[in-house]
Design a protein around this ligand. Structure first.
Ligand code: OGA
Ligand code: MN
Length: 282
């Protein structure tokens, strides 16, 4: 198939134009998409019209799919599709309205973290609701020496944000969902399993401590680390269009949703998410 790939910013990201994902991709096109994903870390496939089946089928080319702990926020009949949505029925949110209030990497609170996430824009607002992506290879490459020495070889303690009493979310996990997501540890500096590149793998939504360090020192180092990771030169901010399918590499980037209009009653933002399982970070 013929399609174009254009970089979106100096930090990361590329848009894919002219590729129709409603039909299965031939192997050569798939290989090109896969290479571009490793190179740019975030791909935006423009102008898609995707059924749940087509999104699931394309996602599965990259690996097995996760089923989110918020199992009451999925699309009926499609447990692999999590609804990231501000819509309500009978006063209750049908999906997760606040999937990413802080910088994070998906499923970083599980032993096997996410390889990648695909988010398909069904309805988007004209203002607000952008998603920010930050390049964690660039963050690693530019770590100030003292900060690098403080985190290299250390493990972070990770807990699901919705499972953490100190974090505020519109929808929280119930007891059963919580019991399935106990804290885990991961190396703070990880190596990408496909490219061999190192990246910073800690984030303010999930990383609650540096394992084995006293709390004051751990809090101070993590706050310096999070500030470094969010530096504007590492960030691309995506302004959504209906029909965008965004695919990010959770081993290479952090992401965050702008939620400034979440309490505005006319604010409708509705996306379908699939999450591809990855490995335990090393
Ligand atoms: C997610 C997420 C960001 C957004 O779905 O994992 O963080 O912009 N979403 O909705
Ligand atoms: Mn997320």
């Amino acid at each position: 198939m013929i399609f174009d790939i254009h970089p979106l910013s100096d930090a990361l990201g590329a848009e894919v134009i002219g590729l129709d994902l409603s039909e299965p991709l031939d192997d050569e096109s798939f290989a090109r998409v896969h290479r571009a994903h490793l190179e740019h870390h975030v791909l935006v496939f423009r102008d898609q019209t995707l059924s749940p089946q087509a999104q699931i089928g394309f996602s599965k080319r990259f690996g097995p799919l996760d089923q989110h702990p918020a199992d009451d926020a999925t699309l009926d009949g499609f447990p692999e599709i999590l609804m990231v949505s501000t819509k309500r029925e009978n006063g209750k949110y049908i999906g997760l309205p606040d999937a990413g209030p802080m910088w994070h990497s998906d499923l970083a609170y599980k032993k096997k973290t996410a390889l990648g996430t695909m988010l398909y824009a069904v309805e988007v607002p004209t203002e607000g609701g952008d998603t920010g992506f930050a390049n964690m290879h660039a963050a690693y490459d530019t770590l100030p020496p003292a900060l690098k020495a403080a985190v290299e070889g250390k493990r972070g303690v990770f807990l699901a944000g919705r499972n953490n009493a100190k974090r505020s979310f519109k929808r929280r996990l119930n007891q059963e969902q919580k019991s399935k997501t106990p804290p885990v540890t991961h190396p703070i500096i990880r190596t990408h399993p496909e490219t061999g590149r190192k990246s910073v793998f800690a984030n303010p939504q999930h990383t609650i401590a540096i394992d084995g360090m006293d709390e004051a020192a751990s809090d101070r180092i993590l706050s310096d680390l999070f500030a470094h990771c969010a530096r504007p030169e590492f960030v691309y901010r995506h302004k959504w269009r209906v029909g965008d399918l965004t695919f990010w590499d959770n081993r290479s980037v952090l992401h965050i949703a702008d939620q400034s209009r979440l309490d505005d009653p006319g604010y409708i933002r509705h996306l379908h998410r699939t999450t591809i399982e990855g490995d335990a970070p090393f």
